[in-house]
Design a protein around this ligand. Structure first.
Ligand code: NAD
Length: 425
């Protein structure tokens, strides 16, 4: 019998369940286990009442979804978005379960959201909303229970408010209740670069394995925000030729290579990569032009669903490393797999942020503060070893499928084994 829930009909949730079912069929997991895994252990909905600066009382709805804790406390970000739904929150918490299991860190999966457009709120209103949301879920979170972090439109300042509100409620400084805090409160400045750095590591390891190394290989990076800009910066520093980058203003392309430090300066000063003028740069106003360029490697690092059935056949790259969540549609993945294009999937490639969060949390718990160099060296070791474990497992056991299926199969298997050992199933 299937249980009917308030998240059942959400399209993002349905996509997450479809991926789970695909990997379950490869692992030979029976339907009753899939039924256990497709529901969160707990889903909490809270009401947040904020007094606006103009005196009006506004009511917001928020959620925290705790998908699975077989491998450790729930871990995952909190987003502020006017499109947030319970279903999307549950789906994102399920993806965090797989991402954390695959990363080999002692966490389960969680995710939170508040349905709000944060751009309409003043800083004071945002602080009130953040403190009240965290107070409302305070019985559900904690350093050993559930450890939130930033996601879309939340940042280290939001984490500082959450940390303070929680510490006030419990009566002590609970450093480990959230991660990606400001460095003054036990956070690591390296957290900012960690996802992009991890993506660059994924490119480096995959290029070593399938392209004969990174030196001189041409790379196009779609999206030049937090993830894309740091991925481009490290790849450039490590000897790749980054020939194209893009943002919502368009694509810049120079077949001889872009000066990424200069692009970073231009982006910082003007907000648009298309204002870069060095060398023989060509500009395309359509950001999708980037996917058709003659390059060795593509790093999609902007938004979901950009590599689709429509453009998959025009892709010339041999390697795609997903910085964004969900940039490749299942149809496009099938086309590319048949063309022997390797896709390093998001749950493997963009785990650098959550791994760095674990490094921060574990040191907070011991009362030690790490330097950025120490933290990045640990991240490098963990991510490189994880990439190679997944690559080897894929080649050995799952080579007939895209690498994503192998990554899911490994992650789901780890969670199911832990549940069995604990006697849950
Ligand atoms: P961001 O907002 O800092 O950057 C997004 C970038 O994409 C911007 O440069 C924006 O101009 C560009 N962009 C947006 N729409 C575009 C389009 N249609 N065409 C071209 N460029 C476009 O966001 P971010 O933190 O870098 O996140 C990017 C992706 O990585 C998201 O999918 C996010 O979920 C995922 N991710 C981020 C982290 C993290 O730690 N920041 C961790 C894991 C996954």
């Amino acid at each position: 019998m299937s249980i009917s829930t308030l998240y059942e009909n959400d399209p993002v949730y349905q996509q997450a369940v479809q991926q789970l079912k695909q990997s379950a069929s490869i692992l030979g997991l029976p339907d009753d286990i899939v039924e256990v895994l497709r529901h969160p252990e707990k889903l909490v909905q809270v009401k947040i009442v904020v007094k606006r600066d103009n005196g009006r009382i506004e009511t917001y709805i928020g959620w925290r979804s705790q998908h699975n804790s077989a491998l450790g406390p729930y871990k995952g970000g909190i987003r502020y978005s006017e499109n947030a739904t319970a279903g999307e929150t549950v789906a994102l918490s399920m993806w965090m379960t797989w991402k954390n299991a695959l990363a080999g860190i002692p966490y389960g999966g969680g995710k939170g959201a508040v349905r709000v457009n944060p751009k309409n709120l003043s800083q004071r209103e945002l602080e009130e909303l953040s403190r009240k949301y965290f107070a409302a879920i305070s019985k559900e979170v904690g350093p050993d229970v559930d450890i939130p972090a930033p996601d879309v439109y939340t940042n280290p300042q939001t984490m500082a408010w959450y940390f303070d509100e929680y510490s006030r409620i419990v009566g002590y400084n609970a450093w480990g209740v959230v991660t990606a805090k400001p460095p003054e409160l036990g956070g690591l400045t390296a957290r900012t670069v960690s996802t992009g750095y991890g993506v660059a590591l994924g490119v480096r390891e995959a290029a070593k394995k399938w392209l004969g190394g990174l030196q001189g290989k041409t790379v196009a990076v779609h999206g030049f925000g937090n993830v894309g800009s740091y991925a481009a910066k490290y790849l450039y520093e490590w000897g790749a030729t980054v020939v194209a980058v893009s943002d919502t203003s368009g694509v810049i392309y120079d077949p001889k290579g872009l000066d990424i430090n200069e692009v970073l300066k231009v982006k910082e000063a003007t907000g648009k990569v298309v204002n870069y003028k060095k060398g023989d740069v060509k500009v395309y106003t359509n950001d999708r032009a980037l996917f058709e360029l003659p390059v060795d490697i593509i790093v999609p690092a902007a938004v979901e669903n950009v590599i689709t059935r429509e453009n998959a056949n025009s892709i010339k790259a041999k390697l795609i490393v997903e910085g964004a969540n969900g940039p490749t549609t299942p149809e496009a993945e099938e086309i590319l797999h048949k063309k022997d294009v390797i896709i390093v999937p998001d749950i493997l490639a963009n785990a650098g942020g959550v791994v760095m969060s674990w490094i921060e949390w574990s040191h907070n718990r011991m009362g030690c503060w790490l330097t950025d160099e120490e933290a990045l060296a640990r991240l490098d070791k963990i991510m490189s070893s994880n990439f190679n474990k997944v690559f080897d497992e894929w080649e050995k056991k799952y080579r007939n499928y895209p690498m994503r299926i192998a990554a899911y199969a490994i992650a789901v298997d780890r969670v199911v084994k832990a549940m069995k050992l604990r006697g849950w199933i």
